[in-house]
Design a protein. Structure first.
Length: 255
């Protein structure tokens, strides 16, 4: 796998050189190009002025920060260049207890790989101490000129970096009324369903079917169009839970 970047991880006088690898697999991701109805060829986008409709080059030097309807603070490329560009790297700000970070704040996942013998020693020390002390390193990270806050954490495969993304403070009502019998029934169903995590068991349904569809089209076969139907939701929760419980026990006996 090609590294996204090569940077230095720094903390005080300590520095280690690492390669940064993205860990999100694209194996089950399906993407399409838009094709024109006329020539069945790939479509493109044009950039134009929404005021006079004049066609423009894709890259524009003039930028605008929106402050109101059709009102922008204009900034030129030269004005933006007066701000010093940040140097790529990962700077450890401080260490924090791992339970202080809400998992919902963590975004993209990257694996770090040390690139020389001195860096490998520091890398191993950090990785083992993160695990022993149950801590994360809180970092300021600049990758390809883009600034993020991130954490470094222990993983059995090596040091993992994840971006920290601020989330909106959305408040929702989580309190619903239920019967004690519904609570007990669902609790038993969940307890019977607890198992070990194995990523190989997670097979995407939609992406798999899309690949099968593409294979059929590649073979020149006609796709049979079907009417989409939806199942009716049973509003009797307790009856549904009891039916699920019977199904779970039947599956358990079969296994």
């Amino acid at each position: 796998m090609k590294a996204l970047s090569e940077v230095k991880v720094s903390y005080g006088l300590l520095n280690l050189d690492v390669k940064v690898y993205p860990l999100r697999s694209k194996e089950d991701k399906i993407s399409f190009n838009g094709l024109s109805e006329c020539c069945k060829n790939i479509t493109g986008l044009k950039r134009y002025c929404k005021s006079c409709l004049k066609e423009l080059a894709w890259k524009q030097e003039l930028k605008g920060f929106k402050v109101g309807k059709n009102e922008y603070i204009q900034l030129t490329k030269d004005e933006l260049d007066t701000i010093e560009k940040l140097e790529n790297g990962i700077q450890i700000i401080k260490f924090i207890k791992s339970d202080e970070i809400d998992l919902s704040l963590l975004d993209k996942v990257y694996l770090l790989e040390a690139t020389n013998s001195i860096s490998k020693k520091l890398y191993s020390l950090f990785n083992n101490l993160f695990a022993e002390l149950s801590i994360y390193a809180l970092c300021r990270t600049i990758i390809k000129g883009s600034e993020h806050f991130s954490i470094l954490r222990h993983n059995k495969t090596g040091l993992i970096m994840q971006y920290i993304e601020k989330i909106d403070g959305l408040t929702i009502d989580t309190k619903g009324t239920y019967l004690e019998a519904e609570y007990i029934q669902l609790k038993e169903i969940i307890k019977q369903s607890i198992g070990n995590f194995n990523f190989d068991e997670l097979k995407p349904i939609y992406a798999t079917k899309i690949k099968e569809l593409i294979e059929l089209k590649a073979q020149g076969k006609t796709i049979e169009l079907k009417e989409i139907t939806t199942e009716r939701l049973d509003t009797n929760l307790l009856a549904t839970l009891k039916a699920m419980s019977k199904t779970e026990k039947k599956i358990e006996r079969m296994v």
